[in-house]
Design a protein around this ligand. Structure first.
Ligand SMILES: [Zn+2]
Length: 474
């Protein structure tokens, strides 16, 4: 049974999804206006560990994660760089998706705001009709916070001036804490047509709209970085519960702690960003995953070389143990009995899996789960490999691979260096030969295509009477 901390109730609660066997999860994704950094990696990996744990427990998890491809930050940055907002969003969306692939995080659906403008307009229209939103002079639409009774509970802020937000719109808002659902376009800004004039969606509304479009109006887990609790999630909750007229809209609110560097939050505004590209080229994405798992998801995680070095040591031990166990399993046949000492080791291996699972059930206590992994590795090195028993190796391998279903760092079969023994020049010769055969059959279109493609790769073909030479172009 999983027990999970819920930001709304500020308690660790038993996790019970709304429908048996299914978990509907929404995690707030990036605003692609700059490079993906380690703070993002921390949030997404932590959620990925939770998701994989639920999958190992037998749940069918549906995971939706948005991409905020239009926003003030995107507009401002594209102006700075002198490119269109769409081009900017595309560049950094690609950077985000590349990082997610390296981090082995897969998401079922990645909805983009600009593909959901009409859904957003319908939702806002509904909020206006229900008396929760109003259209201001400029054509912007605001959520009237005073119409929602439970505002401030998620962030734990009482009813106070701290609710003030979006100060630049103060002049036309009924209350300083109302927030924009729709922003009227200023000159030169991108816009979409709406019943209230040209404009674009505010930030918060997209998540209410896209999550309910794909997951329905009751979500099991909604998550994000801790910095999203206020105002983003507070506002999402207010507008969704107001719109659907039901509570809770989200059963469990899951928030991941900050990533710090020398004790300070890593953020663009502080200028202390470590990009994922930089960190992964130094450590590898797998080591970064293990390092993230070394801290409890709710606490701050400090970027320290020693901690990453430690994660790298564990990673190497895992990869080597995996190969050694596989080779023992391959060599040894099955055994028909075990000695007393072997039984003891065998039971010890089982206990490490039990410890791993129990730790994760306790509000995803990954540091304690990592301690079980350590214990497993130490049994493997001190007992299993030395005893050279097929049954023990098989048991150890199965525990290690099952833990890795959640940690996911071991090399995949397709990552094996299959090309290691092939000379690339042999492949070039093979292609030249294929093209030669096509030419002999007068299939010139195909043979020309091969020549063009090889040229693009930097290999130039020179046809002679009855043979083809080739050179690398520079
Ligand atoms: Zn969101």
């Amino acid at each position: 049974m999983l027990r999970l901390y819920n930001t709304l109730t500020k308690r660790v609660e038993e996790f019970v999804p709304s429908s048996r066997g299914y978990v509907k999860a929404y995690f707030c994704g990036p605003t692609p206006y700059d490079y993906f950094h380690l703070g993002h990696a921390r949030a997404y990996v932590s959620f990925d560990i939770l998701k994989r744990f639920l999958m190992v427990k037998g749940y069918n998890v549906i995971h939706v994660q948005n991409i905020t491809d239009i926003d003030d930050k995107i507009i401002n940055r594209s102006r700075e760089l002198g490119i269109s907002w769409r081009e900017l969003a595309d560049i950094y969306t690609k950077d985000y998706l590349d990082a997610m692939r390296l981090l082995r995080i897969s998401i079922d659906l990645h909805p983009r705001v600009t593909d959901h403008i009409s859904d957003i307009i319908t939702f806002i229209q509904g909020l206006i009709e229900k008396g929760h939103a109003y259209v201001a002079e400029s054509g912007s639409v605001y959520f009237d916070v005073s119409t929602y009774h439970d505002y401030g509970r998620l962030s734990g802020r009482g009813y106070s001036e701290e609710w003030r937000q979006e100060e630049e719109y103060l002049a036309e808002k009924r209350n300083p804490y109302d927030f924009a659902l729709w922003k009227a376009a200023k000159p030169g800004e991108p816009y979409w047509d709406s019943p209230w004039g040209r404009g674009r969606p505010g930030w918060h509304i997209e998540c209410s709209v896209m999550s309910s479009k794909y997951l329905g109006n009751e979500i099991d887990i909604h998550g994000g970085g801790q910095d999203l609790i206020f105002p983003h999630h507070e506002n999402e909750r207010a507008q969704s519960e107001a719109y659907f007229g039901k509570s809770p809209w989200v059963r469990y609110w899951f928030h991941v702690g900050y990533l710090t560097i020398s004790g300070e939050k890593m953020s663009k505004s502080l200028g202390n960003i470590v990009t994922f590209k930089e960190a992964s080229s130094k450590w590898g994405a797998e080591v970064i995953r293990l390092w993230i798992a070394s801290a409890s998801y709710r606490k701050s995680l400090d970027y320290k070389e020693e901690a990453l070095e430690q994660a790298r040591i564990i990673y190497r031990r895992m990869v080597e143990a995996h190969q050694l166990l596989r080779s023992i399993v391959r060599e040894k046949g099955i055994e028909h009995s075990l000695g007393e000492k072997d039984i003891e080791v065998w039971m010890g291996l089982s206990r490490t899996w039990e410890g791993f699972l129990t730790a994760l059930e306790d509000d995803l206590d990954t540091p304690r789960a990592m301690a079980s992994l350590h214990e497993l590795l130490s049994i493997i090195y001190s007992n299993v490999i030395r005893r050279d028993s097929g049954s023990l190796a098989l048991k150890a391998l199965s525990v290690l691979e099952t833990m890795d279903k959640i940690l996911d760092v071991l090399p995949k079969p397709e990552q094996r260096p299959v090309l290691a023994n092939i000379d690339p020049e042999d492949l070039v010769k093979l292609l030249v030969e294929v093209r030669q055969r096509l030419r002999q059959k007068k299939m010139y279109e195909e043979s020309d295509w091969i020549r063009e493609q090889m040229m693009r790769l930097g290999i130039k073909l020179l046809d002679e009477k009855d043979k083809t030479r080739w050179v690398y172009t520079s």
